[in-house]
Design a protein around this ligand. Structure first.
Ligand code: NDP
Length: 267
């Protein structure tokens, strides 16, 4: 497997070339309605990525006191804005705003985070994982996929995408008894872990030697280091690193959605 950071660098070069073939530089707008530390840092990363591939980022930062009606008006204007090819509304949203209403208000053709139920795009984290595995020639067909975690942004869409690749998919969650989970892990060829607990998947489990483990988790350990959901060096064929793993693939997927959107829908 090519290391994720090298893979991402190669894909960014490819996207840069594809952008040069477009009639105009694509513009992605980020609407932010918070002043959250983590969001500021994610947005900084996204803007850097967009500049790197030759796209045009716009950040519209609104007050955390913005009302739902005001945000919906801005979304409506952005849906209609011919100069914006695609946009995202950075989560979390303040409590006066209903996330589901916002998600449904985004034009499915401009919904680069894949939030709208009618979206034309795959959700960024699962798409990033899927694209990486596909590009590495991973053969999904007929294999056992196990997803631990059933969130709307990772576990659920991931399950659909793996089913679409003809895997046999199991989704485990907090109500899955540990003994059952151990059996699922033991039989899994591909394990996607999105739980949010350091070392959740660890060496007390038995693995197939040929298994691939994709660690989605982003947590802080007691020394404030960034760690995933998996113990290091599991006895498997491949384990994605944290940091330098799924976070980079998620950022890449947004760029791919932007370029594909421009190519497919002439945005
Ligand atoms: P959520 O926090 O929304 O949900 C966690 C999931 O884990 C739930 O489905 C929960 O089950 C399940 N879970 C909790 N405890 C157990 C258990 N003991 N056994 C089995 N399942 C359990 O998940 P997210 O998907 O939003 O985030 C998961 C992790 O991934 C976090 O660390 C987050 O920071 C990270 N993340 C990283 C991204 C990246 O780009 N690298 C992107 C998105 C998330 P239940 O539904 O029953 O409560």
């Amino acid at each position: 497997m090519v290391q994720i950071k090298d893979y991402v660098a190669l894909k960014k070069d490819e996207l840069k070339k594809r952008i040069l073939l477009l009639p105009k530089k694509p513009t992605l707008k980020i609407i932010q309605v918070n002043d959250d530390y983590a969001s500021n840092s994610y947005i900084k990363g996204k803007i850097k990525d967009l500049n790197e591939i030759g796209a045009n980022p716009i950040l519209e930062k609104l007050s955390p006191f913005t009302s739902q009606a005001e945000l919906l008006k801005i979304i409506d204007e952005t849906n209609k804005d011919k100069n914006v090819n695609g946009f995202i509304v950075q989560l979390p949203l303040p409590k006066q705003i209903d996330e589901n209403v916002v998600k449904c208000a985004i034009d499915p053709k401009k919904d680069l985070d894949g939030f709208n139920p009618l979206t034309k795009f795959k959700s960024a984290t699962p798409k990033g994982i899927l694209t990486y595995l596909k590009d590495q020639g991973y053969d999904f067909k007929g294999k056992n996929g196990l997803i631990i975690g059933r969130s709307n942004i990772v576990g659920k869409p991931m399950a659909k995408y793996l089913l679409d690749e003809d895997m046999t998919v199991t989704v485990a969650h907090s109500k899955t008894p540990l003994d059952n989970l151990k059996l699922f892990v033991q039989n899994a060829d591909l394990i996607i872990v999105a739980v949010g607990k350091p070392e959740f998947l660890n060496k007390t489990f038995t693995f197939k030697k040929t298994a691939f483990v994709i660690d989605v988790g982003i947590n802080r350990d007691k020394d404030n280091h960034l760690v995933g959901d998996c113990e290091k060096d599991l006895p498997v064929s491949y384990q994605s690193p944290v940091p330098g793993g799924v976070g980079l693939l998620t950022r890449l997927a947004l760029l791919i959605n932007l370029v594909e959107g421009c190519e497919k829908y002439g945005l």
